[in-house]
Design a protein. Sequence first.
Length: 82
Amino acid sequence: WMIENSDDHYEIDISRAKTLLGWAPRHSLLDTLPEMIRRLKQDPTDWYAANKLDPPVVAASDPEIEQAERRLKGPLERSKED
């Protein structure tokens, strides 16, 4: 699922959770991504297995096309001019 959504942009405001619950994320993508990439390069087979990914399926997938197909199946948005 990460591969398919890797180019999606989610702008999430966690300030309310911080204020009301004193919550803070334990991990940040900025800190975690280099380690993820290092592990992938170190042992790709193990990395794919640990992340429950099928390499041929990932290699054959086209996230942009799949994302467009999902959007087309949903309700279509119309511009204000239509």
